[in-house]
Design a protein around this ligand. Structure first.
Ligand code: AGP
Length: 605
């Protein structure tokens, strides 16, 4: 998830684009750049780091261009640095492109273009777009035609904006599976990934749909489909403040990020994994896996153990990184370490990685931030494509970590011939259904606000207990952590089978007990646990499937989730718990995105 901005009009386009990028910094902030045309010449400025670094460079340039495009980056392909920052240009440096999305077939396209003599400067997927447009213009096409022909060759997602010296009076932009909106001004127009970029100038907008292209000049906007047919579009008025807009109309980043999970999981699933390929850095001769992580990432690791052991039959241990580094773990060169970290900067996880490497183990990192320390020290990194996670309470990073762990388990099993092609396809098909199922659940909840109503019943609770079994026991831990970290209510997650060995003593009519009980191999066991809780007058909030009458009769509240393969339920069971915690914290009026005593990345021991 990056941010793109464009402006054409009478004012200084550089300043307007820079201000717009600052408004989109929540979409990505590891590098930025601007391209503009001044007295017929295309100029490019790009800098790694915060936008102020770029602004410092740009302020040295005194030109007053009226057309510019800009980009703030969240790296997916290629380290965050000045070269990989956008905009990217073609061989003639007369065409500039900014892009948000992932060109999945960029490796093949790059090879083709290099064989035809194109010289590439960056490691990005985006640069192929500039060279493809260059070829179409050399065939005599105008900029709009060239852009449409170029994107016809792309696989993946894109929101892209293009300017070129030969047509300095227009910005051509196009979208597929990444957001793009046009801002309508008087004698000036704007394009951007999101409305906050230009909301201080205009609230009149046209939202581009997938497979649409716009040709934007200072006093005109034309919309076409990808075959070049003209389309009429409605102009909408945005009623939001800029702060609201940055959260996409949601009250907090956490709620926005919860609703971004279907896309984030989809993007992570579509990522290619070449971990064990001939040129892959990890050989297959490991005989045990040790997962190290902290907090929510540790809970993802616990579920990863279920995935890897049940699908690829390899023994897995899971450790809190802060404990692992001091327990003198048994590590040898047949040990594969999986270090899970959203930020890639967590000190305890980093120390565990360094310890393991010193003892000869190979390290696979599962991380959400390209260029972060753990990705540089690991032997191989599987990237989660959650995009920037602003809220301290991790939500979308968690479910994308689950997706990465599931893909890893299937890849290991495939390479070790522990599963046949039919099973592999079945598992991957089930996984590919998750984004749709989650989207349906979230849209229904947005309408019904059922979980918000349940939260209203319990936001004054002093304690809460979360129970789960099998692959949903770690979800009980994660649900309890979410409630603790944003509502400051004491909460415990427990394997439901353990309840009778102690926690059951806590239960009375004041204790909310959240029970995760989908229709899987331990369903009946969970029903008996609910009966034990009800026998002590506990208040039961059950997360289960539709038509589970036993639970509906027993529970005080029943939250229904879609049906899926039993190993995949954590993708669906965690989301109601994220929402439950969110609404309780919101009712308590806390700053949900910046809870007390917590940091998004814990870089100290
Ligand atoms: C989770 O909501 C918290 N922010 C925290 O527990 C977090 O998961 C932990 O600090 C690990 O962070 P990491 O994934 O960036 O390494």
């Amino acid at each position: 998830m990056c941010g793109i901005v464009g402006y054409i009009g009478k004012d200084n386009a550089k300043n307007i684009v820079i201000n717009g990028l600052k408004r989109l910094e929540y979409r990505g902030y590891d590098s930025a750049g601007v391209a503009f045309i001044d007295s017929g010449k295309l100029k490019i400025y790009k800098k790694s780091g915060k936008i102020r670094n770029l602004e410092f460079e740009l302020n040295k340039d005194l030109s007053l261009p009226h057309i510019a495009i800009g980009h703030t980056r969240w790296a997916t392909h290629g380290e965050p640095n000045d070269i990989n920052a956008h905009p990217h240009v073609d061989c003639t440096a007369k065409i500039a492109v900014v892009h948000n999305g992932i060109v999945e077939n960029f490796t093949e396209l790059r090879k083709l273009l290099e064989n035809r003599g194109h010289k590439f400067k960056s490691q990005t997927d985006t640069e192929v777009i500039a060279h493809l447009i260059e070829e179409e213009i050399q065939k005599g096409k105008n900029l709009q035609e060239a852009v449409l022909s170029a994107v016809a060759k792309l696989k993946g997602s894109y929101a892209a904006a293009v300017i070129c010296e030969s047509e300095p009076d227009k910005i051509v932009c196009v979208r597929k599976d990444s957001p793009l909106v046009i801002g309508i001004g008087e004698g000036e127009n704007f394009i951007a990934s999101d409305v906050p970029a230009f909301l201080s100038y205009t609230n009149k907008v046209i939202f581009l749909n997938d497979n649409e292209c716009a040709v934007v000049t200072a006093d005109n906007i034309k919309i076409f489909d990808l075959n070049g047919n003209k389309i009429e579009k409605a102009i909408k008025e945005i009623p939001w403040s800029i702060a609201q807009a940055e959260k996409g109309g949601y009250k907090h980043f956490m709620l926005k990020e919860i609703h971004e999970q279907p896309k984030a999981i989809g993007d992570t699933i579509s990522g290619k994994m070449s971990i064990f390929k001939k040129d892959g850095k990890i050989s297959m001769d490991f005989d045990k896996v040790q997962i190290v992580a902290c907090g929510t990432s540790f809970h993802a690791g616990l579920i990863g153990k279920f995935f890897i052991e049940s699908i690829s039959q390899i023994p897995v241990s899971v450790d809190y990184a802060s404990e692992y580094r001091y327990r003198n773990p048994i590590i040898d060169n047949k040990t594969l370490i999986i270090a899970i970290s959203q930020s890639g900067e967590t000190a305890d996880t980093l120390a565990a990685v360094r310890l393991a490497k010193k003892k000869g183990a190979k390290v696979v990192a599962i991380c959400n931030v390209i260029g972060s320390t753990i990705t540089r020290e690991a032997d191989y990194t599987i990237y989660t494509h959650a995009g920037p996670e602003i809220s301290v309470a991790s939500t979308k990073a968690f479910t994308t970590q689950l997706a990465a762990l599931f893909l890893f388990a299937v890849e290991v099993a495939k390479v070790r011939k522990a599963i046949n092609e039919e099973t592999e396809n079945k598992l991957l098909n089930e996984l590919s259904e998750i984004p749709k199922k989650l989207k349906t659940f979230l849209e229904l909840e947005k309408e019904r606000k059922f979980i918000r109503k349940i939260a209203l019943e319990f936001y004054n609770s002093k304690d809460a207990l979360y129970l789960g079994r099998f692959v949903n026991y770690p979800i009980a831990l994660e649900g309890a952590l979410k409630l603790k970290e944003i509502s400051y209510i004491h909460a415990e997650g427990y394997p439901a089978g353990e309840m009778k060995h102690g926690p059951i003593a806590l239960i009375d009519e004041k204790m909310p007990v959240v029970v995760i009980a989908p229709k899987d191999r331990v369903y009946e066991k969970m029903v008996s646990n609910i009966e034990e809780v009800k026998a002590r007058k506990g208040k039961v909030i059950a997360v289960t499937n539709a038509n589970c009458s036993e639970i509906e009769k027993l529970a005080d509240f029943t939250i229904e989730i879609p049906i899926t393969e039993e190993l995949l339920y954590p993708f669906l069971t965690v989301v109601p718990l994220q929402l439950f915690a969110y609404h309780i914290a919101d009712f308590l009026g806390y700053d949900v995105d910046q809870p007390r005593n917590l940091a998004k990345s814990v870089t100290v021991e």
